[in-house]
Write a protein that binds this ligand. Structure first.
Ligand code: SF4
Length: 290
């Protein structure tokens, strides 16, 4: 297998075969992100991708899940993605789910028919980074998508029968924007009603451009208690119209939550209240990571 540079995957793809079909991120401008700043975006050659799959077939007896990396592999033209899916089906008939990162713009560029054809070819989940529900915060972090575009991309993905797993970042608006960020993330979740929500907590590492703002005092990171307060406010403002698996069990989080909205909302709020009462329930800073 040929892995080029650092490889990232969603927590739920921990046991998946990961194959890079693109390198880096086509957007690569988010101010909080350090993932691909040293890896210019490029497409991998089809023969190199296929070689990786063939090698994996020789090495692994059973491959149930496959994740297509890097940052926003859904940027690939649908024809090429369908050829990749065909290869997967031919080599790994036991594979039950293929996942991919897609930016809101990648989804919006595809027609509904293209998304349906990808689902029929075996694509099983699209991971979309919303990060915030607030247009002001999205512009500030240079996300490259508006609230309306993100909601449309989630609805379009779900409408094509593809579950969307959508990520938000606690603390992304700093102390000044805590309330706005929390409420607008909650209302975005309610409006778009994706199948899955993943809540991470902001960790900024060089060379993310946001580092300079933190050092200069222009951006205040939240304290652990403020992160919990923000998460509580976010959850309070969710009112989903279909079941939504909510997880904040990423290594970056202070409190690990897992449940299905709306039925587990009260339990998760109680868990956050308990953490607000007892700081001993918060994850130690030494054990947090990206
Ligand atoms: S957060 Fe996602 S879209 Fe933004 S630069 Fe990083 S990989 Fe690209």
């Amino acid at each position: 297998m040929q892995y080029i540079g650092s490889v990232y995957r969603p927590p739920s793809e921990a046991y998946s075969l990961i194959v890079q079909v693109t390198l880096g991120c086509a957007h690569n401008a988010c101010t909080f992100c350090s993932m691909f700043k040293d890896k210019p975006f490029s497409l991998r050659r089809e023969e190199d991708i296929f070689q990786d799959f063939e090698e994996a077939r020789r090495v692994y007896r059973r491959v149930e899940r496959i994740f297509l990396a890097d940052g926003d592999a859904l940027v690939l033209k649908t024809d090429k993605l369908l050829r990749i899916m065909d290869k997967i089906r031919a080599l790994f008939p036991e594979c039950t789910r293929v996942g991919i990162y897609g930016s809101p713009q990648d989804v919006l560029r595809k027609t509904r028919a293209e998304l349906v054809s990808l689902r029929e070819a075996g694509l099983g989940i699209v991971y979309i980074g919303a990060e915030s529900g607030s247009d002001r915060v999205l512009a500030q972090v240079k996300k490259g998508a508006t609230r309306a575009e993100i909601i449309e991309s989630i609805e379009k993905t779900e409408d094509a029968g593809l579950p969307a797993s959508v990520t938000f970042i606690s603390g992304l608006a700093g102390r000044d924007g805590l309330r706005e960020h929390a409420i607008e993330c909650g209302t975005m979740i309610s409006q778009a009603s994706p199948s899955y929500i993943g809540l991470l907590t902001l960790i900024v590492e060089p060379p993310a451009p946001l580092c300079a703002d933190i050092e200069a005092g222009r951006f205040a990171l939240l304290s652990p208690t403020e992160v919990v307060e923000e998460t509580r406010l976010l959850l309070e403002h969710t009112d989903v119209r279909r079941d939504c698996v909510f997880r904040s069990n990423h290594a970056s989080n202070y409190v690990s939550l897992r449940g299905t909205l709306p039925q587990d909302k009260a339990r998760m709020l109680a868990q956050l209240d308990a953490a607000l009462q007892d700081a001993g329930l918060l994850k130690d800073e030494r054990f947090r990571m990206l």
